[in-house]
Design a protein around this ligand. Structure first.
Ligand code: NDP
Length: 283
């Protein structure tokens, strides 16, 4: 029976560590400030934004909210980002996704200053990850690396399969595992023999976005299974993995909820503190 990786506890530990760091920075006259932009009032986005602001409050990071109406133009949004890029009091900026269809998401992501891009989505930060240079890393994959390391799971030399190739999860996840010296296979909707490939993984990371897609037949005995998916199924949360089938087979597994999810916000907070340290903002 697998050990359940307790993401909630690890995220709480990270937030506690960051709280101490933020207090120490304040003593040196350096404050952390995150600007959060939301366009429209999509309920799921509002929940995510609320959780981010709550985490900021707990750690001692100042958060500023910028709520634009659904009808805001791309130019208005870009002008706000430009203002925040130039504001010395703000060292981190994020724009909650998805954006309304009339706004070009890529243009918006590229407009955020790479030094303030705590989501790690700017092409400069993505390129830095690709070439092994310092930069902000997308929060969910960065959180998964922390989950693995804090659970004492060795990565170097392991056979890692990542299912999904999105810019936010799958691709940066594969690059991070490569950086940790895993042998990495990336699978997607055109992959042939997905089941056979997954069944060879020592570490299987699933970000396919389909509820309970991965069953026992995809999992090698003793594998570590990381479930990134999050879905509401008959009013209960579930992941991309059939947990009850995977748990008896795996050696380590993340539950949903309480696995990967809480780590995403913890790593966002980590990135905000890093941004403040780099900018060295004085009060
Ligand atoms: P996307 O929908 O952007 O990507 C899904 C990926 O899965 C695509 O690359 C797609 O391939 C691939 N895929 C789809 N169907 C199949 C299939 N039948 N076989 C193999 N591969 C397939 O999702 P995200 O990466 O944004 O998110 C994945 C999941 O993680 C979602 O459930 C999301 O809600 C969750 N999530 C959770 C977070 C957290 O904090 N816990 C944060 C971010 C996401 P192709 O590219 O060919 O279309």
């Amino acid at each position: 029976m697998a050990v359940r990786i307790d993401g909630k506890k690890m995220a709480a530990d990270i937030k506690e560590e960051l709280k101490g760091e933020v207090a120490a920075l304040k003593e040196k006259g350096i404050t952390c400030c995150l600007a959060v932009i939301q366009v429209g009032d999509d309920p799921a986005s509002s929940v995510y934004v609320g959780n981010k602001k709550k985490a900021c409050g707990y750690i001692g990071i100042e958060s500023r909210s910028y709520e634009l109406p659904e009808t805001a133009t791309e130019e208005e949004l870009l002008a706000l980002i430009e203002r925040l890029n130039l504001d010395d009091q703000v060292n981190a900026v994020l724009c909650q996704l998805p954006l309304p269809a009339h706004i070009d998401e890529k243009r918006v992501i590229s407009a955020i200053s790479p030094e303030k891009d705590v989501d790690g989505f700017h092409p400069q930060n993505v390129g830095a990850l690709f070439t092994g240079q310092p930069g902000f890393v997308s929060c969910t994959p960065a959180g998964i690396i922390q989950l693995l390391k804090r659970s004492g799971i060795a990565i170097s030399g392991k056979n890692c399969v990542v299912v999904g190739r999105s810019n936010i999860v799958g691709k940066p996840m594969a690059l991070l595992m490569l950086r940790e010296n895993a042998t990495v296979t990336i699978c997607h909707s055109h992959t042939r023999n997905l089941r056979e490939i997954c069944a060879q993984a020592d570490i299987l990371i699933v970000a396919v976005g389909k509820p309970r897609f991965i069953d026992a037949s995809y999992i090698k005995e003793g594998a570590t299974v990381i479930d990134v998916g999050i879905h509401r199924d008959e009013n209960r949360l579930c992941g991309d993995v059939k947990f009850e089938e995977a748990e008896p087979l795996a050696s380590f597994i993340t539950p949903v909820p309480g696995g990967v999810g809480p780590m995403t916000i913890a790593m966002l907070m980590y990135n905000c503190v890093e941004a403040a340290k780099k900018s060295g903002k004085k009060e």
